[in-house]
Ligand binder design. Sequence first.
Ligand SMILES: NC(=O)C1=CN([C@@H]2O[C@H](COP(=O)(O)OP(=O)(O)OC[C@H]3O[C@@H](n4cnc5c(N)ncnc54)[C@H](O)[C@@H]3O)[C@@H](O)[C@H]2O)C=CC1
Ligand SMILES: O=C(O)C(=O)Cc1ccc(O)cc1
Length: 313
Amino acid sequence: MSTAPKKNAPPKNAPAKEAGSAPLFDRVTLIGIGLIGSSLSHAMRRAGLAGHIAGHARSERTRAKALELGLVQSIHDDPASAVRDADLVIICSPVGSYAEIGAAIRDHLKPGAILSDVGSVKQAVIRDLGPNLPDGVHLVPGHPIAGTEHSGPESGFATLFDGRWCILTPPPGTDAAAVEKMIRFWQACGSQVEVMEAGHHDKTLAITSHLPHLIAYTIVGTVADLEEATKSEVIKFSASGFRDFTRIAASDPVMWRDVFLNNRDAVLEMLGRFAEDLTALQRAIRWGEGDKLEALFTRTRAIRRGIIDAKQA
Ligand SMILES: NC(=O)C1=CN([C@@H]2O[C@H](COP(=O)(O)OP(=O)(O)OC[C@H]3O[C@@H](n4cnc5c(N)ncnc54)[C@H](O)[C@@H]3O)[C@@H](O)[C@H]2O)C=CC1
Ligand SMILES: O=C(O)C(=O)Cc1ccc(O)cc1
């Protein structure tokens, strides 16, 4: 019997919804209905967070799928009509699309509405969505640290955010009640929430998420460039280490292009440090400096054990 958590099980750490209590938001609009947008719909419906979920998707196929799967109660081919009367708008598309979406929706947002997102970088989001927002609209950017390598409206599931962090990066001076409401929203979706400054978020995620993805894309690309006979042997005998890299390197190309283009400075800074450390390892291998290799591998093993212990605590 499988011991994996059920994908539609109630969240462990979310407050239970009282029978008959009003939803947190009367109307929520999702812009972009892929992995994260569809997972949010599942999680919101599980917790009864929205009176009505509206959606915007560019393609006819995604709009039809979103209705068929019951992810939205209304679907719009134009973002401006999708956000009309919404109390909460969550942009769930690649971050490179935000400037265009912001320009299309800003004059149609309801006074008092919260504008949020799920993008993997945060300073660029404030840069692209913050200016020219109407008075009374509250920008509360967010980033769930939860995902998979899959994309599209069929790939979402209700438990994606359970027990995972969601980081909120409201710009200084953001209405405290709007931030508090988004904390409650994400907790009800199953997450633990941390509020942090956007620049700090981008530096932290550059090393914990963006660089690991870049390394995975590189190593799988290196294998792809090997001559055919060697490549088929690599695939045939691939140990789980390489297979883990191939999973990460199967992540959405447009989404990750936009992450690297929009967190350029922090990624380049971490990449520089990584390249120096890699060169030091190369040198240790060349000169047979086993003590250096063993000392590093001992330190990194302790980090892994620390992560596992922290999860179990
Ligand atoms: N995939 C992951 O594991 C995670 C992704 N994120 C962030 O979530 C966001 C969405 O990613 P996914 O759901 O994974 O991607 P996805 O590829 O599954 O879905 C994105 C959807 O946005 C649509 N889209 C693109 N440009 C658009 C535009 N101009 N207007 C409206 N829709 C547009 C696409 O057609 C697609 O349907 C990204 O910003 C990403 O950085 C955050 C955490 C985890
Ligand atoms: O699938 C994985 O291993 C991930 O790392 C998912 C992920 C991708 C991007 C994010 O901004 C957050 C989480």
